[in-house]
Design a protein around this ligand. Structure first.
Ligand code: PMT
Length: 403
């Protein structure tokens, strides 16, 4: 995702410096050319060799180190950077950056670079909330620096409050956001559904299915990375919320129906990857249903078909993408659903294909278009597949909305 991009990582002296090692490693795995600068204080917390090994580049610390080749090093780094990331950013370095003090390699590179700058602060709660730090951060934000705000929690100084470095994955996601994708979905509202619904029988039991939510979450994340304004209506999953996506949590098909329908009219693209229960128990017992000596049966009643309703109400210019999970006659059933539910595309997956469908990190699908075209990409990660689905949806959106 980041190949061909140069990320200059400035590490300051704080206990969270060790977490910067994870960030550097993750950026490297994504293909970035990572160049690390450490302040003198940072070297008290983590050894230079750690960053050198993880970045596979020489780490720069001192302005007056013997150069490894002839160049003006801070200018070279400042120019090479596609993005500069300061992690963890201490109160001291933030103050220098805000006030034009360039007395070490990190602050010199910051002043000299024209690249986008991301700052991930970490410090004691009182330092974080101090007037000086708040003012300095405001100044930097006004100048275009992006902040990955500190989290609340237990701090190394044995206090609790705001000041913990944000989770490394969140910091990496901010870099991906800035560098990895063309923002071709900017200004588009994308609504995605994901995960399984739960239909309660009593306060203890429910009917559900095996959807993990991975497919829908991957689509929402990909759309967000491409600049869309994304809402994800999610059934129960074990997945983490996606930063920058408007998360709406639901349990039952009825709740999913209500949350989707109240937003659908304003959306440009809707992608329904959720596995929705077709039926729910006709009544929900207030108390736990007790076991008896006899067999029992449960009466089920039909849930609303959300996709069908969206198809019926589809405004002009909107693109509607359904999924379908089958165990037999995949294409025949998928084509019939595409037409019945008035979708622009249906993405068909088969439960019995290895590395596809429920729970897997990969999927094998056939994408069927309402204009009769079918496309079967090879088995691939749900992340990569999401971009193919979004490409198709964006193309159709552009065709429908030619000025
Ligand atoms: O979540 P994962 O573990 O990553 O797995 C992904 C997935 C297999 C769940 C996903 O790829 C998928 O196929 N989702 C749709 C599963 C499904 O419910 O298929 P269906 O053929 O029953 O439904 C067809 C379409 O109608 C779906 O878009 C579904 O969201 C929608 N539907 C179904 C019933 C209903 N009452 N309302 C609906 O909107």
């Amino acid at each position: 995702m980041l190949s061909g991009k140069c990320v200059v990582v400035g590490v300051c002296g704080g206990i969270a410096a060790y977490k910067a090692a994870y960030v550097v490693s993750a950026l490297k795995k994504l293909g970035a050319d990572v160049r690390v600068i450490m302040t003198e204080a940072a070297q008290q917390f983590v050894g230079k060799i750690t960053f050198q090994t993880l970045s596979q580049n020489l780490v720069v610390c001192d302005m007056f180190d013997e150069p490894k080749r002839w160049n003006v090093e801070h200018v070279e780094l400042a120019t090479a950077a596609d993005l500069m990331l300061v992690v963890p950013a201490t109160a001291n370095t933030i103050a220098k950056m805000a006030n034009g003090i360039a007395d070490n390699m990190l602050t010199c590179v910051y002043m000299a670079t024209k690249a986008k700058v991301i700052i991930a602060p970490a410090m004691n709660k009182n330092m974080y909330e101090s007037d000086a730090t708040v003012e300095n951060m405001k100044k930097l934000a006004q100048r275009g620096c992006r902040f990955v705000d500190a989290d609340e929690g237990f701090l190394a100084c044995a206090t609790t409050g705001k000041g913990r470095l944000a989770e490394p994955d969140k910091i990496v996601e901010a870099v991906i956001d800035e560098l990895a994708f063309e923002k071709d979905l900017r200004a588009l509202k994308v609504l995605v559904s994901a995960g399984a619904t739960r239909e309660a029988l009593d306060p203890v039991r429910f009917i559900t299915n095996h959807s993990s939510g991975k497919m829908g979450y991957a689509i929402a994340r990909a759309a967000k990375r491409r600049g869309a304004d994304v809402t994800l209506v999610s059934g129960k999953t074990a997945l983490c919320d996606i930063d920058g996506v408007n998360m709406v949590k639901v349990e039952s098909a009825r709740e999913m129906h209500d949350e989707i329908l109240k937003r659908s009219a304003n959306c440009d693209i809707i992608i329904k990857a959720a596995a929705v229960a077709d039926y729910a128990p006709a009544s929900v017992s207030e108390n736990k249903i007790k076991k008896t000596e006899s067999d029992m049966s449960i009466q089920l009643c039909k849930n609303p078909d959300i996709l069908s309703e969206l198809g019926q109400k589809k405004p002009q210019g909107q693109v509607l993408v359904g999924f379908c999970m089958e165990t037999q006659n995949l294409l025949e059933n998928a084509k019939s659903k595409l037409v019945r539910k008035n979708c622009d595309f249906i993405v068909a997956n088969n439960l019995f294909t290895k590395g596809a469908g429920f729970g897997a990190d990969t999927n094998t699908v056939t994408i069927i278009s309402s204009d009769g075209e079918t496309f079967s990409p090879e088995n691939m990660s749900k992340d990569d597949l999401s971009h193919i689905i979004l490409d198709a949806a964006k193309k159709r959106y552009d065709e429908k909305n030619i000025m």
